[in-house]
Design a protein around this ligand. Structure first.
Ligand code: NAD
Length: 299
């Protein structure tokens, strides 16, 4: 049994920490929004009054925060966690999706404070977090990867060692750029199919069993009514928010800029999601990108 501080108990963090408790670990949790801690406390976690309190005398700290600025503030800010755990053997795992450069910066400070740090963003969404089937993409040295793997296995099915510090975030940005391109492409085709008289369910069946098959068609169809139990059949509620896809495509664009990699498809997906978000769709599931095409219908 490990002592774990879990910080950030939102849509992802709450079910992930519940899976850690169910695996027998001792959890001290903290969220700036106290109500977020209730479901986890009901499962046996201790609710701390601050991040610093939650991180005292633990083996691991796991953070699951909205973005890079929150993670930077948590570890390097005024009451920065890294200072408060300096010299301890605590291993820090950040599973938020953030900039590769921010992960590297925090890792540098962690090293200076004598602590270990890995970036370990996830794929699999809220469903995967609840079911304990997330994919983790870990960036860090081999020794730290071996240390965190058994902890991550309590929350995920596939634990990948992507490479050195920051590689987990880079792999996540690559995956989500492909996901954004694939979802927008699938929505674009389904919209055209409908306008030329094809039934969305029939067309989806055809493409699912042809060379156009992809994850969106297999598991997450963006057209309402084609598939049960997906956000498109629930007014695009739940699932993976447009805000988050927009953030992830922005992270991918930054990597493209830094590496001078041509990403015309990624750039277009980013532009589409920016437009969609600007029309007030930020809180909807990302498969709602289909609505952007419907809204543009002129006839
Ligand atoms: P969320 O907004 O539901 O949860 C974030 C939580 O962090 C909130 O409860 C918030 O109150 C808390 N928080 C913010 N700042 C804090 C601080 N300084 N100290 C303590 N708590 C703080 O977000 P989410 O959907 O759980 O996503 C978390 C991360 O996981 C994001 O980086 C996101 O990109 C990534 N992610 C999300 C999904 C998804 O499907 N939702 C999938 C993969 C990855």
């Amino acid at each position: 049994m490990a002592r774990i501080s879990f910080i950030g108990l939102g849509n992802m963090g709450a079910p992930m920490s519940i899976n850690l408790i169910k695996s027998g670990h001792d959890l001290s949790v903290f969220d700036v929004f106290a109500q977020s801690m209730e479901s986890v406390v009901a499962e046996g976690a201790h609710a701390a009054k601050s991040a610093v309190e939650s991180a005292q005398n633990v083996d691991f700290i796991l953070s699951m925060l909205p973005g890079g600025k929150h993670v930077k503030e948590l570890y390097l800010g005024q009451s920065g966690l890294l200072k408060s755990i300096a010299g301890s053997k605590t291993v820090v795992i950040d599973s938020s999706t953030i900039e590769t450069e921010t992960a590297k910066l925090i890792a540098r400070h962690a090293r200076e404070n004598g602590c270990s740090f890995v970036d370990a963003p996830v794929s699999g969404g809220v469903g995967g977090a609840k079911a304990g089937t997330l994919a983790f993409m870990v960036g860090g040295c081999d020794k730290d990867y071996q240390l965190v793997k058994p902890i991550l296995e309590c929350m995920g099915k596939n634990i990948f060692h992507a490479g050195d510090i920051g590689a987990g975030q880079s792999a996540k940005a690559c995956n989500n750029m492909l996901l954004g391109i694939m979802m927008a492409g699938t929505a674009e085709v389904l919209n055209m199919g409908k306008r030329i008289g094809l039934d969305p369910s029939t067309l989806s069946d055809i493409m699912k069993n042809s060379t156009g098959s992809n994850w969106a068609l297999q598991s997450y169809n963006p057209a309402p009514g084609v598939m049960d139990n997906v956000p498109s059949s629930n007014n695009y509620d739940g699932g993976f928010r447009v805000d988050l896809m927009h953030k992830d495509l922005g992270l991918a664009m930054e990597l493209s800029r830094r590496s001078e990699s041509p990403t015309p498809l990624g750039s277009n997906a980013y532009a589409l999601y920016s437009l969609h978000k600007s029309k007030g769709a930020g809180g909807l599931d990302f498969s709602s990108i289909l609505e952007l095409y419907l809204a543009n219908k002129t006839e």
